[in-house]
Design a protein around this ligand. Structure first.
Ligand code: NAP
Length: 436
């Protein structure tokens, strides 16, 4: 059995490819069904976020398993091989485990150490459980990934500071405003006419950061008015005008800065929609939706300047040095957690022989106990029988304790195999039909 991950991320693919691979909550069950149908796949989990789609699987054969997942991604994306395969990465065994721990710790994120990825890894666990695609190995692997993410946030400096895609989006707006004034610095947004489209988790973070960066009033549009109003009510210090998406054209006319963060599958702002507007001042659109909420052709329309998640690289790069140093602390912790899992996984190799040894000793114990009890005759009370039985069990458990601990202890695979062989031959434990 092998662990493999195949996927793509902001490191390997631009947003126009990533958005074709994104799996919405509505389609997730079909994706699990399709992956589970493959005879190579034993356990599987899917991590789908705005910056990555990764399929982790326990497969029978490394090469065939990876090919099966690539085939799934090809069918799911509708792309052809030439357009998709160059963007895919894959890791096996220890590298795959290490990658998952790094992802969960936020070390592979566009914004190093951002916190949303941990919620997304938790969601991956939930989806795997709901779709019955996790077995003992992936349950353990994913639980360890979540605890790694938590440890990075609580035990290293990387987790400090409210960093997220949303905070980077607000910084990008500040930077672009500064650059338009000929300054390479972040400028306060207090004089901007701001609108936020969408009222989900990312919009909440946008509001927090906008408030922190000097914005005092904004328009908040959402498909559902109630959700926008509920979000607005959590920001008493901000003057927020809530509305439905049919107010978008007014925002496109009057705003100077619009953030879009809806989970719409298709763009809500297109060049065609903007063609009727004549803007005297630039309207800056910052889109953190994946799939994108603002279509790529918008940048060609005069009076509009559009940025997508990939453009956040510009602000991320400015803060990267300091965060890279903090990331180094987290790497040690990540390796520790990955090794803990790998040692546990390797120790499973000894489980069949331990089970056979236990069964063999148990059979001897029962047989000898039976003989002894029959020799004692009927005078032996039920209580005394229990004491003798407990004694026999206690002796077996004590005898087994050291060899079992040694067989499962971390050690090179060749050494464990040698020990397994030795136990097999010393106790005459031939291969049983019940072994995996
Ligand atoms: P979320 O909490 O689920 O909120 C989704 C928002 O999108 C809600 O306001 C929802 O409106 C709206 N929406 C859903 N379908 C829509 C449609 N067909 N037309 C118009 N509006 C629609 O999602 P989120 O986590 O904030 O993510 C929003 C976007 O940001 C996504 O594209 C996501 O990929 C991207 N993103 C997310 C993260 C992250 O860490 N979560 C990071 C970066 C980027 P209702 O209230 O009416 O349902």
């Amino acid at each position: 059995m092998n662990i493999a991950v195949v996927g793509l991320s902001h490191r390997t693919a631009p947003v126009e490819v990533r958005e074709k691979l994104s799996i919405s909550d509505d389609n997730i069950k079909d994706s699990f069904d399709s992956l589970k149908e493959n005879e190579q796949v034993i356990e599987v989990s899917i991590l789908s976020t705005c910056n990555r789609l990764e399929i982790y699987a326990l497969v029978k054969d490394q090469e065939l398993g990876v090919s099966a997942i690539k085939e799934f991604l090809l069918n799911h994306s509708g792309l052809n091989k030439e357009d998709l395969y160059p963007h895919l990465f894959s890791f096996n065994q220890a590298e795959a485990v290490n990658h998952l721990m790094r992802v969960s710790g936020g070390l592979d994120s566009l914004v190093l150490g951002e916190g949303q990825i941990l919620s997304q890894v938790k969601k991956m666990v939930r989806l795997g459980q709901e779709n019955q695609s996790l077995g003992p190995i992936f349950n353990r692997l994913l639980t360890q990934a979540v605890s790694t993410g938590k440890r990075v946030r609580s035990e290293t400096n990387l987790g400090t500071g409210a960093v997220s895609i949303s905070s980077a989006a607000v910084e990008l707006a500040q930077l672009k405003l500064g650059q338009s004034l000929g300054k390479d610095q972040l400028i306060s947004l207090e004089s901007e006419e701001v609108a936020v489209i969408g009222a989900g988790r990312m919009s909440r973070l946008l509001l927090q950061h906008l408030h922190a960066k000097g914005c005092s009033r904004l328009t908040l549009l959402n498909r559902t008015l109630k959700r926008a109003e509920s979000l607005a009510s959590d920001f008493p210090g901000l003057e927020i005008k809530c509305g439905l998406l049919d107010g978008l054209d007014d925002c496109l006319k009057c705003s100077t800065l619009i953030f879009t963060s809806t989970a719409s599958e298709s763009p809500i702002i297109t060049a065609e929609r903007l063609s009727n507007f004549e803007r005297k001042t630039i309207l800056r659109l910052i889109d953190i939706g994946v799939p994108r909420n603002v279509s790529a052709d918008v940048s060609d329309v005069s009076g509009f300047e559009a940025h997508d998640v990939d453009d956040l690289q510009e602000v991320v790069a400015r803060n990267q040095d300091a965060r890279q140093k903090m990331a180094l602390e987290a790497e040690t912790l990540i390796n520790e957690e990955a090794n803990t899992f790998l040692e546990w996984w390797a120790s499973l190799e000894a489980v069949p022989i331990i089970n056979r040894l236990r069964s063999s000793l148990e059979a001897i114990r029962k047989e000898e106990l039976q003989k002894a009890l029959s020799r004692m005759g009927p005078d032996f009370s039920a209580r005394e029988r229990k004491v003798v039985e407990a004694l026999s069990k206690g002796i077996i458990n004590k005898i087994l304790h050291t060899p079992v601990t040694n067989l499962r202890a971390p050690q090179p695979s060749a050494q464990r195999k040698e020990a397994i062989k030795l136990v097999e031959s010393l106790f005459d434990l031939g291969v049983s039909d019940n072994d995996p």
